[in-house]
Ligand binder design. Structure first.
Ligand SMILES: NC(=O)c1ccc[n+]([C@@H]2O[C@H](COP(=O)([O-])OP(=O)(O)OC[C@H]3O[C@@H](n4cnc5c(N)ncnc54)[C@H](OP(=O)(O)O)[C@@H]3O)[C@@H](O)[C@H]2O)c1
Length: 255
């Protein structure tokens, strides 16, 4: 069965994606940063869904950890890595106006949300290029960015800048890897119910009720998982560098 590395899959959207791949019978490397109990819980849920999973600790902002993540995933896959999902990400600890926000938060957000996936993609891409093609595909890469890739939030500019960078990550790797039979996608989630959005739940409850999104509900991790499942199944064979908005229609400009 195919094997995937899903970064930050102990909780939230990543966990939903891991379970979704489990439903397809995949083997999943469940990456976590510090929450081992949550990662173990996710592995049990992947197994219950019909897949196979192993928890792998690693901070995507640390080069040595990225190398270990790739090696552990390849070991799980008997040498193959069929799918990388760059999902791990953090929000700023404090939402500060861009006229006041400091470099420390910027450096951390860029390291985890942009530099980590950029160089993890490089490592996995090299691994995929060297592996045999399976049904014309050497592997696929999905990056979970955000509506913040193009939406200006003046109290978390660091997060938005990092997410905008992921949009270009997708384009440059898609262009570079197409000849090798590797397709690259970006998924832009809207407002999704996870620990990350817990602190701003009341604000978004009100905004959604007010019509923030044409589809008036919170997104769930499974909404993102279903988009990843379509990619994992190979259902977008003539698309690469493509953006999938999974946002309840947030990106529509309505009048
Ligand atoms: N929730 C939303 O509304 C929303 C919307 C758009 C985009 N996104 C993006 O979707 C992704 C997942 O968000 P979420 O809401 O599911 O977040 P979450 O509930 O806070 O979960 C974050 C996950 O990432 C892991 N993680 C954090 N830092 C890491 C690091 N340095 N290295 C490896 N793993 C790390 C955490 O592991 P531990 O359990 O070990 O801490 C956890 O599994 C993020 O990239 C986020 O920016 C979220």
């Amino acid at each position: 069965m195919p094997t995937a590395l899903v970064t930050g899959s102990s909780r939230g959207i990543g966990r939903g994606i891991a379970i979704g791949l489990g439903r397809l019978g995949w083997t999943v490397a469940v990456n976590y940063a510090g929450n081992r109990a949550a990662a173990d819980e996710c592995c049990a849920l992947v197994a219950a869904a019909g897949g196979r999973a192993e928890a792998v600790q690693g901070d995507v902002s640390v080069a040595a950890d990225r190398a270990r993540l790739v090696a552990e995933t390849a070991r799980l896959g008997g040498g193959r890595i069929d799918l990388l999902v760059n999902n791990a990400g953090i929000a700023p600890t404090v939402r500060a106006d861009i006229l006041d926000a400091g470099e420390e938060s910027f450096d951390r957000l860029i390291a985890v949300n942009l530099k980590g996936p950029y160089f993890l993609t490089q490592l996995v891409a090299k691994h995929m290029v060297a592996q045999e093609a399976d049904g014309g595909s050497r592997g696929q890469i999905v990056t979970i960015s955000s509506i913040s890739a193009y939406t200006a939030s003046v109290n978390r500019g660091d997060y938005c800048v990092a997410k905008a960078g992921l949009a270009m990550l997708t384009k440059v790797y898609a262009a570079r890897l197409a000849d090798h039979g590797i397709r690259v996608y970006e998924i832009r989630p809207g407002v999704i119910a996870t620990d990350m959005t817990g602190p701003v739940k009341a604000k978004y409850d009100a905004l959604i009720a007010d019509g923030l999104t044409p589809i008036r509900r919170w997104g769930e991790p499974d909404d993102i998982a279903r988009a990843v499942q379509a990619i994992a199944r190979g259902d977008l064979p003539f698309s690469t560098g493509e953006v999938l908005n999974v946002d309840g229609g947030f990106h529509l400009h309505t009048l």
